[in-house]
Ligand binder design. Structure first.
Ligand code: SAH
Ligand code: SF4
Ligand code: F3S
Length: 561
């Protein structure tokens, strides 16, 4: 018990410093040997060093683990990824950390020694999927008689449920939150002795800036880069600030280096990720520049950051690495939207002219209850500014229906906003109450499920109808398509246009720069004439191979170079 008490005491001390929670579990028979290790192991100062450490050496800090305790056998890891793009990028970070420690990766369940499930907690449905997956893995673990199979739960659901996850699902061996992935080799090593290990420590400064993610899908022509972690916005419905902690930005230099490495690997498109990219700040850099905020009527729950490099500066640097690389970013919280960001998007051909401006609701009263910091009018004003500054810009959004107290009239305002704005892409969700959030404490989840479902369907209907119209209007136009792959069933070529819409065309040799014909492969840019449209896909005819620069030069000057 001494071990647990000491850890709990240490954990409490750390939590008071950085709202953390870190515990390890072991059965009583193993306490003696662990106590012995504790004597040789680190003291409190080592924990504090770890939590505030910003420069990480090649050899990761692994408390309680002596050289002899490191895993010696090659362990094969199977990754399961749920949730948003941040989880995809985090999985690449985890894989980078484990690969360095000698772990191997497998895509075959039967070969796996360790299952790592990267989880999401955004809605109840997201967690239900993961519980089903865990049912399957529990059975798998029981049947694997020839070896000991371990299950690790990572990500947002791990952070939300903490040790309760292990209490509820005994088959789980490791629980690791989004800021404790450096600790995974140690946590996994602890499980070798049959222990269960939990680290859900949230950090104020962890950005994994020095970890070069190793992409699970090396063949993909696109990649994600997290430029910041956490969120300080505290929208009343949202669990993310509780699962991902406080907002912090990664230094510009490490982001630019990663973009350069990806460009060298042949990656043609990167998406910069953050919960609110407008508040990106690299405070290690000084700049005299300030953001000019566009529309009136926006407020923020936390102090706007001053000084440091802003998102507009980052976009400038990232888009200059390789003019042939498409740059996307998400999500841009509508509040505090700076003019400088719009300016640089309109100037750089390789920054995609698609803005994700999540509205969440079209009703000012609902937006107030959601604590979004803007009204319907301010949002519409921003949309107007965006459309006038960047001609031809596409917009995408997230919308929630059935939030606490949402009346039929308030919901209809969401529908009318969708009618007015012309979204090219929308992610539409029925509200799901999450524990710990302000809405959970302050409001009642009083819209019945069948009404949420009905409103969700009505949103989907408006969205699909509008998309169909927008897409049909593209028939006859020529789009620049980045080829992603070949459809397994039809053999057709699949790619995306600048607005991230899927474009499909038949596989055929296409006119090349030298006047000859050559086949199309992933990573190619092809000018495609749109000949058919559905709500989510465009059909086209390939015209000629091109480059990003040539395509937009021709578009601007009306002739081929
Ligand atoms: N930071 C991003 C979004 C992150 S979460 C932003 O501010 O836009 C992705 C989306 O999930 C949110 O935009 C919201 O539409 C949805 N969402 C978040 N919490 C939800 C909840 N409790 N119920 C339903 N949808 C939710
Ligand atoms: Fe959640 Fe709001 Fe933060 Fe987006 S901005 S992650 S919706 S709290
Ligand atoms: Fe993403 Fe889900 Fe976490 S949406 S940030 S993985 S709660």
């Amino acid at each position: 018990m001494l071990y647990i008490r000491r850890l709990q005491r240490l954990s409490k001390l750390i939590s008071s410093a950085s709202s953390s929670n870190c515990r390890c579990y072991s059965d009583t028979q193993r306490f003696a040997s662990v106590k012995e290790k504790l004597k040789q192991g680190p003291g409190l100062k080592d924990f504090i060093t770890e939590s505030s450490q910003s420069v990480i050496t090649d050899r990761p800090f692994i408390p309680y683990l002596l050289e002899n305790d490191r895993i010696k056998t090659k362990r094969r890891v199977f990754f399961d990824v749920y949730g948003c793009q941040m989880n995809l990028n985090d999985t690449d970070i985890v894989w980078s950390i484990l690969k360095k420690e000698g772990f191997e990766k497998t895509e075959v369940e039967e070969e796996a020694d360790i299952f790592l499930v990267m989880t999401c907690a955004i809605r109840e449905g997201a967690e239900t999927k993961i519980w089903h997956r865990l049912d399957h893995l529990r059975g798998f673990k029981r049947r694997a008689k020839d070896r000991s199979v371990k299950i690790g739960i990572l990500g947002c659901m791990a952070e939300r449920l903490k040790e309760k996850l292990i209490e509820k699902e005994k088959a789980v061996d490791v629980v690791a939150g989004p800021d404790s992935y450096r600790d995974l080799p140690r946590l996994l090593a602890l499980t070798e002795n049959g222990q269960q290990a939990v680290n859900v420590l949230l950090s104020l400064d962890e950005t994994y800036a020095d970890v070069v993610p190793v992409r699970l899908n090396q063949d993909s022509v696109s990649a994600f880069i997290s430029i910041m972690r956490g969120c300080d916005n505290m929208c009343t419905y949202c669990i993310v600030p509780f699962t991902r902690g406080r907002e912090r930005s990664r230094p510009v230099s490490s982001i630019v280096d990663e973009v350069r490495q990806l460009a060298d690997q042949g990656v043609k498109e990167v998406t910069l990720l953050g919960q609110n990219v407008n508040s990106y700040r690299d405070v290690t850099q000084t700049t005299e520049k300030f953001d000019t905020h566009l529309a009136k009527g926006f407020k923020t729950v936390y102090k706007t950051k001053k000084g440091g490099m802003r998102f507009a500066d980052l976009l400038d640097k990232v888009s200059s690495v390789d003019p042939e690389m498409r740059i996307r970013f998400t999500a841009a919280h509508p509040k505090d939207f700076p003019e400088e960001v719009l300016q640089i998007i309109s100037e750089r051909p390789n920054i995609c002219k698609l803005l994700h401006l999540p509205a969440q609701s079209g009703s000012s009263a609902v937006l107030e209850r959601m604590r979004r910091g803007y009204t319907r009018e301010a949002y519409l004003q921003l949309v107007h500014e965006v459309k006038t500054t960047i001609p031809g810009v596409g917009l995408s959004t997230d919308m929630i229906c059935g939030f606490c107290g949402e009346t039929e009239e308030e919901f209809e305002e969401t529908l009318s906003l969708m009618e007015m704005v012309d979204y090219n892409i929308a992610f539409l969700f029925p509200y799901s109450m999450r524990e710990k959030t302000t809405a959970y404490r302050r409001y009642k989840d009083d819209v019945p499920d069948h009404i949420k479902k009905e409103r969700h369907n009505r949103m989907l209907e408006v969205y699909r109808r509008k998309c169909q119209q927008l897409n049909e209007a593209e028939i006859g136009n020529t789009h620049l398509v980045l080829v992603e792959g070949i459809a397994k069933k039809s053999g057709n070529i699949l790619g995306r246009n600048e607005l991230y819409l899927r474009v499909v065309f038949e596989q055929t040799d296409v006119l090349a720069e030298d006047g000859g014909l050559r086949p199309v492969k992933p990573g190619d840019y092809v000018a495609v004439k749109i000949v058919g449209a559905r709500s989510a896909t465009l059909r086209g005819v390939p015209l000629y191979h091109t480059s990003l620069c040539d395509f937009y030069r021709e578009k601007q000057w009306g002739e081929r170079c």
